[in-house]
Design a protein around this ligand. Structure first.
Ligand code: HEM
Length: 171
């Protein structure tokens, strides 16, 4: 697969992010990794720093995506392209924490509870949305109105379920 410059940038940032997260998570201040009951975060809830940064980055990414949707409606495709890339970048960076959290908490997270169902559907919609977004900006999927509407709808659902998840886990 040949990558253009945006693709190379995304892969580079994701790689760097993974290295930083890996070093940090292998030598964490002990409170950072606990799931609830600490106040190490930014938003004053019981979430840790990474969960708060994820919520902030994903919210910013979603707002940028909405802006991109408006640009597309106004046929300003250059700005639409740039905003979509920024959203995918923020989504990709957030994925480092979410993927780590999913794997390290798999047993307690996946359960027959409301939280378990939200995680399940969040992971399904989020994975498809994120990879569709990535493949769209990398020109690996044909950029049609339909493919973009599907990616956008799944992204919106993942965002909604992600906020719900944050509420269920930490508020
Ligand atoms: C467009 C795609 C996605 C969006 C908009 C999104 C959004 C969010 C938001 C806003 C949160 C709450 C912040 C937090 O608790 O960290 C969250 C949490 C989470 N997401 Fe996603 N997400 C997406 C994709 C994914 C994917 C692909 C996975 C699968 C690995 C995933 C798994 C999780 C998990 C496990 C949490 C809980 C993290 C924690 O312990 O704090 N998400 N997501």
């Amino acid at each position: 697969m040949r990558l253009n410059s945006a693709g190379r940038l995304i892969v580079f940032v994701l790689g760097e992010g993974a290295v930083i997260a890996n070093v940090y998570l292998n030598n964490p201040p002990s409170e950072v990794l606990t799931r609830k009951g600490n106040f190490m975060g930014l938003l004053g809830t019981e979430a840790n720093l990474f969960a708060d940064m994820t919520l902030i980055a994903q919210t910013a990414g979603f707002l940028i995506l909405l802006l991109g949707w408006r640009y597309a409606k106004r046929k300003n495709f250059l700005k639409h392209d740039k905003t979509s890339k920024a959203s995918v970048l923020l989504g990709g960076l957030s994925f480092i924490w979410m993927g780590f959290s999913l794997v390290s908490n798999l047993v307690p997270l996946i359960s027959v509870t409301l939280t378990g169902f939200v995680i399940f559907f969040h992971t399904i919609t989020g994975t498809i949305a994120l990879f569709m977004g990535l493949f769209l900006v990398l020109n690996e999927i044909k950029k049609t109105k339909t493919s973009m509407i599907i990616a956008f709808s799944l992204w919106t659902a993942a965002m909604f379920l992600g906020v719900m998840l944050y509420y269920l886990l930490f508020v």
